[in-house]
Design a protein around this ligand. Structure first.
Ligand SMILES: [Zn+2]
Length: 274
């Protein structure tokens, strides 16, 4: 006669079946996830492209790892493949070159390398595509931002005017002794080339502001431009407020411009991620 199956054996068998089923289920889930994860790892974009997409991705799609396709159908190369010296970086920058030097956010550093101008390296078409390709096109994107007693015209694209509004609200909380550095401003929108060049200034897009010129230092004002001696009177507490809302400071450039702040959230993010 067959021996009756004990309760202990039945419980053991149930445990085995449950474990086997859940194990199989987990393997199935892994099988579903694995190809996606592998693909994500294989096509992970470089850091600079990630921050470009985060800050400006509403304007373009990434066609391949070297091409941005703008919504109007135009394309721009990220990397032209050319090796450049520091003059060439300034005058013939591609989009990737804009990240050549990491912006030293919050570092209080004094630039000593004569090539170190993070943010001064700009690919003009990249900015024109977003903020306006002509003076009239830029003007159509400008909105008013209250700056103390003044009304500045600032580009609303990419949240630039909203960010400057947050900057000025924050600046009002600073001690009165610091307010003299920012009020009155020396202007925001001004469709013009950079002094001594044929390249458009970021003021042309309404995304840069010059704070009170009375306390400013600018490398072009130096008597001997061959030996640039760094000068700055702007307190870092002011710089930190601007950086918090995506603006870089011209006082971190070897070719310093200490009254100049420019909306470049991609460089602030890149610095934070690196
Ligand atoms: Zn400026």
């Amino acid at each position: 006669m067959a021996k009756p199956i004990s309760a202990k054996t039945i419980v053991f068998a149930i445990i085995i079946i449950v474990c086997f089923t859940s194990c199989q289920q987990r393997q199935g889930e892994q099988a579903l996830q694995a190809p996606e994860q592998a693909e994500a790892q294989a096509v992970a974009p470089p850091l600079f492209l990630q921050v470009l997409e985060e800050c400006y991705g509403q304007h373009f799609s990434v066609l391949d790892t070297n091409t941005l396709r703008w919504h109007d159908g135009d394309s721009l190369l990220l990397d032209d493949g050319k090796q450049k010296n520091c003059q060439e970086l300034i005058h013939h920058a591609d989009i990737q070159d804009q990240f050549h030097y990491t912006y030293p956010k919050g570092s209080k550093m004094i630039p000593t390398d004569s090539c170190f101008d993070p943010g001064r390296i700009r690919n003009e078409p990249f900015f024109q595509k977003m903020y306006g390709e002509t003076k009239e096109a830029v003007k159509a994107n400008l909105v008013e931002v209250a700056w103390g007693e003044e009304r500045l015209m600032v580009n609303k694209v990419n949240g630039c005017s909203d960010s400057l509004t947050k900057v000025v609200q924050q600046l009002h909380h600073l001690p009165d002794s610091l307010k003299q550095f920012v009020f009155p401003s020396a202007g925001c929108f001004n469709y013009r080339t950079i002094k001594g060049t044929t390249r458009l200034s970021c003021h042309s897009y309404g995304i840069a502001i010059d704070i009170n010129v009375k306390h400013a230092h600018y490398w072009r004002w130096a008597k001997n431009k061959d030996i640039i001696k760094y000068k700055n009177a702007i307190p870092y507490a002011i710089v930190e407020v601007f950086e918090q809302y995506g603006f870089i400071w011209g006082g971190y450039w070897y070719h310093y411009d200490t009254m100049h702040f420019e909306f470049r959230p991609e460089l602030i993010k890149y610095a934070a991620y690196e």
